[in-house]
Design a protein. Sequence first.
Length: 575
Amino acid sequence: MKKNCKMKHSRMFSVSCKLLLASGFILLIGIMFAPTIARGQQKDKLISLKLDGESVLDAIQKINRQSGNSISYKKEELEKESKRVTVNLKDAKVLAAVETVLKETRLVAIVHGDVILIVPRQMNTGTVKSITLKGFVTDQNKDPMPGVTVKLVGVSLGTATNARGYFSKELPIQQGTLEFTFVGFKNKRVAFSEKTDTLRVVLEEDVKAIEEVVVTGYQAIKEKAMAGSYSKVKAEELVMTGNETIESMLQGKVPGMVVINQSGLTGTRQKVRVRGTSTLVGNAEPVWVVDGIIQEDNLPFETSELGAIGDSNLDMMKDFIGGAVSWLNPNDIEDITVLKDASATAIYGVKAANGVILITTKRGERGSMSVNYSGSFSTSQKMNYKRQDVMNSKERVDLSREAFSRGARVGKETVGYSALAYAYLERKISWEEFNTGVKKLEATNTDWFDILYRTPFSQSHSLSFSGGNDDATYRASFGYSNVKNTAKGNEQETYTGSLNTSFIFWKKLTVTAGLSGSHVKTQAFAAGVDPFNYAINTSRVIGCFDEEGELFYYTKGKYKYNIIKPVGGINLVHT
């Protein structure tokens, strides 16, 4: 009796175990295939959509959200479509909705498994046929590259290489282009077709991306290893219009750096502040370094002559002589690094407390000789009285007549209405001569802006040669610029030249030599001469030339004066 009971319980336990295992197996199968089933259901899901004049991209994105992200597309391709979509769909399948949106566009929808792909129409071969593409990706040393992104150009469909650099991907088209991308390597595109066998792709290192360095003075280190505060500006970021200095080109390029224009005249230097104004009486200028050599301000005369130059003239000469790097051709610059923290003093001394600006110039590159030319021209509008609220001769005479009749007197004027009125009151001229003189003043209407100003024009040209081989490289450049300010008599002409060479001995020793020079000729005004102030404040009843075309002089203080050329003086304004 007991034996029979045991056998019965044993059989029941065995059946229960078998049912439990079967249930677990069915549950496991359900979990494995649930995403596929759900995905297929999402593709066949019915959606409702109402659009009124929306872009193709917005329409596809709305369909994709309702379908559970079952659509694969490339955003850039959809953005190219200018069509505006207006539809009203109710209980439509996802594929039908997508095809409705893509009507009259250059895009088409194709089904690949459980995904709807949107591709350019020329990629669709009519009958959807897929191929399995496989291959290997290596670097230039033939080493396999794992993790390389392999993407089909035109759609968001791709894969990645495994540890052996191998990839395999089923593609919904029989011909197209694959793009291979990896950090630190140049992107590469490879075309394929249905006849393509195993691909073998070699990626090249992107040397420019890898070798981003910062020059500090002691060494050139990688940017990610630089601990100090710095800013780096590349040559292509500098705006070269032909009439700007290196200092003005840095305006707005370096955070915290201030470039102050002291004058609108051509040839004047700018004040540069990297770390603010650290002193009220000392020098607050930063240190300029070109290819490792500290640059000092130009001194175009002997030191012994300094004592004979007055302070006002010395300041004026400093402004027009230019800064420490005025001799450098901007087209020769490779990059500029600005060291802004106090650590720069450990390299360049206490003078670096105001900041250091390091300039690296271009060098020759291996290869056949290359010739580069760059040029620019610029001009602007000439100044005139149309933009100034200034009285003409008739208005000035009427004002002087009313002021004089009311008793207003401004000393003994030697020119204009007051001078004629004084002469008449003192019986030096007759009434007829007075009236004739007044009418002549009313008609004079001298255009001082036309006399003292011109249409500004600037030009800049640069020509360079470079080349070399494994043993030596060279680079030579020549530059010319001519900047004519709108004020006559203010212009600057610059000639620059540079030559640098590098020689490599025994593949271990590199010897570099460079030579550079410049010739700058600046025309400016004598101390105290301001053409704009003269043109805006001088009465237009005063003539610049007499009836015979000669310069007209009037008494100013103790001297005969004409702004173009005072008596016994040098030309202040060149016409």
